[in-house]
Design a protein. Structure first.
Lengths: 257, 218
């Protein structure tokens, strides 16, 4: 395994807004089929790192590779746009606030991008939408508008929308943080199912229990650096760093309160 | 000389034909102003400065000068530089562009009001900025701005009377022609006012239907 070339390779990632450094020399390698959780307090840079992977928040330094392709290549603007649009088709992203297209029904939310970008016919796109929506358990709501769905249902549709592009990687940016507690589980189940299918995933989360049960590796970030990383049983049960211990203690206390 | 509405039937066909022209000009100019307004808004918000500035100057000129003068310029002025536009077309273009500038202001506000997460979600799927604007942002912006755009379209209908001065036989000009032969201004102006009002009611009914359809998808 160690000789395997990483699927996603983040090298010396740096990001600053003016004088504020939000990412300070981050390195992260993710192998195909691996599931990595990034945890840490708000403002630690975990979302920024995730959003750098598909260039929503471009880095100010360092490199990000997906297989043998550099994502943040140095290209003239037009060429870069074409390049990044292609790269993004291979990287699915799920947002905290779902960002479903409210003017489109569930079906069109899923079919829009495959039709537009992959040239699928209506029939092909519909079959694809039905397949993906069945997978996330939302097929009965295919002709609903997003406003008619609960938060958990919206997020499952958002996952189906991302999967319809047949991505190689899925990024989850606090996918359950905006949900009512009783709706978290249905989204977690879909994510677990993806894990069982060996989808490569990077998950920014506040759900330590979920991270522990699903992930191969956990990164604890604070103030723009990776403080500690390792298998979940080590990070959660036996963290070496005092900062990790403090964070987890506070976090657990917060959950009980 | 008292009022005598019995002269109306004889000229009703002319007046009704005028009403059709008015509806034609209004629909044509409304379409120009709608799509032109979206285009101007997208240019104002997203085009590089070298494209944006000429359009901004164009917008200022259209906002800052009388519509009547713009119609004169398009119809009588352009002939001199070899562009001969028929009166109807000149009317549609003049009214349409004038209101496109007004609509553009509304579209700009509503495009900016669309949640930033929408464009992010679209771009994450691999869409270009233009694709995201066209399929995701603009449809939502349009949906949110239909009521005020509708008000502009009603103003457009009323301002279409100005097109009579460049000789389009629309409602107002046809009334004047009928008055020219009958010397009955009160009767015909009242008739024409009533017809404008009826067209207006029709437009409002259409707008309400559009708004209801939009509400259903919210």
């Amino acid at each position: 395994m160690s000789a395997q070339k990483p699927f996603i390779d983040i090298r010396h990632a740096k990001k600053s807004f003016g004088t504020l450094e939000v990412l300070k020399d981050i390195n992260l390698q993710v192998n195909r089929g691996q599931i990595v959780a990034i945890i840490g307090p708000s403002g630690s840079g975990k979302s920024t790192l995730l959003r750098a992977i598909n260039d929503l928040d471009p880095l100010t330094g360092g490199e990000i590779w997906l297989e043998d392709k550099q994502i943040n290549m140095d290209l003239p603007h037009r060429q870069y746009e074409r390049h990044i649009n292609e790269v993004r088709q291979e990287i699915g992203m799920v947002f905290q606030h779902f960002n479903l297209f409210p003017h489109l029904k569930v079906r069109e939310n899923v079919t829009l991008a495959p039709k537009m970008l992959k040239g699928l016919s209506d029939a092909e796109a519909n079959a694809l939408a039905e397949e993906q929506l069945t997978k996330v358990g939302m097929i009965e709501r295919i002709d609903y508008y997003p406003s008619q769905l609960s938060g958990g249902q919206k997020q499952r549709v958002a996952i189906a929308r991302a999967l319809a592009m047949k991505p190689k990687v899925m990024l989850f940016d606090e996918a359950t943080s905006a949900l009512d507690p009783e709706l978290v589980e249905e989204v977690n189940l879909v994510m677990k199912q993806l894990a069982e299918e060996h989808m490569t995933m990077i998950i920014v989360t506040h759900e330590m229990g979920f991270a522990e049960s699903v992930c191969d590796r956990v990164l604890f970030m604070d103030q723009g650096v990776v403080v500690e990383e390792g298998p979940p049983e080590v990070i959660f049960r036996n963290p070496k760093s005092e900062r990790t211990q403090n964070f987890l203690r506070k976090h657990l206390a917060g959950q009980k309160a | 000389m008292g009022l005598d509405f019995s002269v109306i039937p004889k000229y009703l066909d002319i007046v009704l034909l005028g009403a059709l022209w008015t509806i034609g000009i209004t629909v044509g100019a409304a379409l120009v102003s709608f799509f032109g307004g979206i285009l101007l808004a997208v240019i104002a918000l997203y085009a590089p400065a070298i494209v944006r500035w000429p359009f901004r100057i164009f917008s200022f000129l259209f906002l800052g000068t009388p519509l009547l003068l713009q119609l004169f310029l398009i119809y009588f002025g352009l002939v001199q530089i070899g562009i001969d536009v028929p009166a109807f077309v000149a009317g549609v273009i003049g009214l349409g562009l004038h209101f496109a500038v007004y609509n553009s202001e509304l579209f700009q506000t509503s495009i900016l009001a669309v949640d930033k997460g929408q464009i992010e979600a679209a771009r994450t799927l691999g869409m270009s900025r233009m694709q995201a604007l066209r399929k995701v942002v603009v449809p939502q912006a349009v949906r949110d701005v239909i009521p005020p755009i509708g008000n502009n379209m009603i103003a457009l209908l009323k301002d279409s009377a100005l097109v009579s001065v460049i000789g389009v036989s629309e409602l107002t000009l046809s009334a004047q022609r009928a008055i020219g032969s009958t010397y009955r201004p009160f009767e015909f102006y009242v008739l024409v006012a009533a017809i404008y009002y009826i067209i207006n009611l029709g437009m409002e009914a259409v707008l309400r239907r559009v708004e209801r359809r939009i509400q259903a998808s919210k």
